[in-house]
Design a protein around this ligand. Structure first.
Ligand SMILES: Nc1ncnc2c1ncn2[C@@H]1O[C@H](COP(=O)(O)OP(=O)(O)O)[C@@H](O)[C@H]1O
Ligand SMILES: [Mg+2]
Length: 403
């Protein structure tokens, strides 16, 4: 049969170039189509060993394991979750809608897409202090322009989200645009700098123009510290200064005109953000996004496990035992647990879902990664917080110590 010939050829090619992920995925897909699930499974696992988060391999793996374990409806997400009794509670708290939708591209330019965001504040699990602050300092005022006029408050300036990596800054920015019914336009500064070197100044203008065309629009600058002199490879160069100046100019005009562009920024290292960017009318309000609380940890763990075969995962206990973990640590833990289950499956030739024992084993290997971040944060709070910029962070650090 011709098709099996194709599979044989592909298999030979994969053997010659074992690192070609897409080739292997193609082979695995064909194998699944011919219901050769066990073989497909081993290719999926080879891909995942190289790239633990590979979405295509994960979903294929899920199909294989569902087929091999005799389930009828592969592809269902919550249906695959085998909830323990305690879980039902969390399942209610953790809204089912927290999965990010890819978003509809409204308009595209050369390097970034404007999207419509369906994420809402309610999709962010836990993090009540952050939500309250967003409501008070941003959403409330924008929703009540009359009130702002009455109190002579202006919504000028941008909001800077800061905190350790992988703890929901981007997610929160998306939720803000969802709440405002605004488009979401994410721009990575490092990306802009590297791709448009020499032309960055021009591209900053294009970005703001694009945001205005898509108003109401949340314009979200990620990795804002990449523009900082201390960090940037362009440090001290005239080129960098020009980009910063262009950004300052556009920020000043965008935040003083009422043209429906809301500027948000995010950084793991606010202390590296160019000081000029933090002056009034620019990124002048800061919100600290701390490590996820228990509720948020449960939601993040669920997110990373939900497309995988799992059994009797107790998210309450996972959350309890991961105090101090960042979102990225939780993702790492879930990947490790999955790999352990997969290794077991490969040994036995039987698909075994991820269980609590895998989580336990993963937990034994993983330590919170944010130690260095908090080390730096402590120094900043101690030695350069004279103006009170980091009071919120200072309060959090004090509270952490007494835990
Ligand atoms: N509080 C939360 N509730 C639900 N999901 C969360 C929460 N915090 C983070 N996540 C999930 O973790 C992912 C990583 O967070 P992200 O926003 O990219 O972190 P950061 O931008 O701070 O590095 C998000 O896409 C989101 O799916
Ligand atoms: Mg981010």
């Amino acid at each position: 049969m011709a098709e099996d010939g194709v599979i044989q050829e592909l298999a030979a090619a994969v053997e010659r170039s074992p690192d070609m992920v897409e080739l292997r995925l193609h082979l695995a897909t064909l194998l699944v189509e011919r219901e050769r699930f066990a073989e497909a499974l081993s290719h999926c696992s080879a891909i995942l060993a190289q790239d633990a988060g590979h979405a295509g391999a994960l979903s294929l793996l899920q199909r294989c394991s569902a087929a091999l374990s005799g389930q009828t409806s592969p592809g269902a997400t919550d249906g695959n979750f085998d909830w323990t009794a305690a879980e039902k509670e969390v399942a209610d708290i953790v809204k089912p809608a927290f999965v990010e939708e890819p978003g509809v591209a409204v308009n595209e330019n050369d390097f970034d897409a404007v999207q419509r965001s369906s994420v809402r504040l309610a999709d962010i699990a836990g993090m009540d202090a952050v939500k309250k602050q967003l409501e008070l300092s941003l959403l409330g005022p924008i929703r009540n322009p009359e009130l702002m006029r009455a109190y002579r408050v202006s919504a000028r300036g941008g909001l800077l989200l800061y905190g350790p990596p992988g703890c929901g800054k981007t997610f929160i920015a998306k939720a803000v645009s969802g709440e405002l019914g605004a488009n979401f336009y994410q721009v990575g500064i490092a990306d802009v700098l590297s791709r448009w070197l020499g032309e960055s100044e021009h591209s900053i203008r294009a970005i703001f123009d694009n945001a205005r065309r898509n108003a109401p629009c949340v314009l979200f600058f990620d990795e804002l510290d990449a523009l900082g002199h201390r960090r940037s490879a362009l440090s001290g160069s005239a080129g960098l200064r020009t980009v910063v100046n262009a950004l300052l100019e556009e920020l000043d005009s965008a935040t003083s005109n009422n043209d429906g562009v809301y500027v948000l920024g995010a950084t793991n290292a606010p202390w590296d953000v160019d000081a000029a960017l933090r002056r009034p009318g620019r990124f002048d309000r800061m919100i600290f996004v701390p490590l996820p609380d228990a509720e948020a940890r449960a939601a993040i763990a669920k997110l990373h496990l939900q497309d995988r075969p799992v059994e009797a995962i107790n998210l309450v206990s996972v959350a309890k035992r991961t105090d101090g973990f960042s979102g990225a640590d939780l993702a790492h833990m879930c990947d490790t647990a999955t790999q352990l289950a997969m290794a077991d499956s490969l040994r036995s030739g039987q698909v075994r879902p991820v269980q609590m024992s895998d989580i336990e084993a993963a937990l034994a290997q993983i330590r919170p990664s944010t130690g260095p971040w908090f080390e730096t944060a402590r120094n900043v709070v101690e030695f350069s917080n004279r103006d009170g910029t980091y009071d919120e962070l200072a309060k959090y650090l004090r509270r952490m110590k007494f835990r």
